[in-house]
Design a protein around this ligand. Structure first.
Ligand code: NDP
Length: 259
């Protein structure tokens, strides 16, 4: 059996109904993993699940707002009720910087909304999953995978986007701390840092010719990323092959940061 065979495993993918999360969910299901996609929009959830019909892994979906601890608790209970276990959790749901206001004009509400979704969301989802994974480890079944979608914005200064950048840098720190704490339970924690990826979040900016003209020459691969570019890393992180790989930040950006 391949070390990348995920048969019998169960993964949660938040924001799994579109963009990068859907790319992750599809690759996991294709590798035999049972997947529960969590999002706020029932129609998007339904369409995403339909796109995976016929995959070796079974697909379930749950309505969940990751900024709401009670909603995450309910989605986790429902997923555990449905699949009986959760082996991996991809905390991928997130919102972008929106109108790109100047820092001095940033409103308290914009700041709080960003943190509630992008950072509190990871906290809620990781904690719910880690409670289940550590309980299982105590019962002798120590295996768990926590993966958060961060961003290159966590590494660079991105003007008019400081609230987004701050949530993503905090995610990197959260991941490292959790990785150290949970290693003894067989639970790994890692972050994925995407570069410029085509999705609903970036549709506006990637349609701007001036922006594309400025950024494309800085991407050695000479293309923007696709959600499917995240399938390989997701399968690797979910598999036994990554058992000794924890507390890392995986940059997937077509070489942008090296240039
Ligand atoms: P999309 O806008 O395509 O997808 C965002 C997903 O998050 C949707 O499935 C959405 O589902 C879900 N979501 C948003 N808010 C919530 C919430 N409160 N509760 C539950 N689900 C929520 O964006 P991407 O695929 O591009 O983004 C995915 C992740 O990748 C984000 O964390 C983003 O910050 C990160 N990223 C993206 C980059 C890019 O270039 N695209 C670059 C760097 C990082 P629903 O509408 O149903 O709520």
């Amino acid at each position: 059996m391949s070390i990348f065979d995920l048969s019998g495993r169960v993964a949660v993918v938040t924001g799994g109904n579109g963009g990068i999360g859907l790319g992750i969910a599809q690759a996991l299901a294709a590798a035999g993993c049972n997947v529960s996609i969590w999002g706020r929009n029932a129609e998007k959830n339904k369409n995403a699940a339909a796109s995976m019909a016929g995959s070796p892994g079974k697909v379930d979906s749950r309505i969940c707002d990751v900024s709401d601890a009670a909603s995450v608790k309910a989605a986790m209970a429902a997923t555990l009720g449905h699949f009986g276990r959760v082996d991996g959790c991809f905390a991928n749901a997130g919102i972008g910087g929106g109108g790109r206001h100047a820092f001095i004009d940033r409103t308290e509400e914009q700041w709080r909304t960003m943190f509630a979704t992008n950072l509190d969301g990871v906290f809620h989802v990781f904690q719910a999953a880690a409670r289940h994974m550590t309980e299982r480890a105590t019962a002798g079944d120590g295996f768990g995978r926590l993966v958060a979608t961060s961003s290159l914005a966590s590494l660079f200064g991105t003007a008019r986007n400081e609230h987004y950048a701050a949530t993503k840098a905090a995610i990197n720190a959260l991941v490292r701390a959790v990785a150290v704490e949970l290693a003894r339970h067989g639970v790994t924690a890692n972050a994925i840092l995407p570069g410029w990826i085509k999705s609903d979040m970036t549709a506006g900016v990637l349609a701007n010719e001036k922006f594309v003209g400025a950024v494309m020459p800085r991407i050695p691969m000479r293309r923007f990323g696709e959600p499917t570019d995240f399938g390989g890393i997701a399968v690797y992180l979910m598999s036994k092959a990554s058992s000794y790989h924890t507390a890392d930040c995986f940059v997937i950006d077509g070489g942008y940061t090296a240039f």
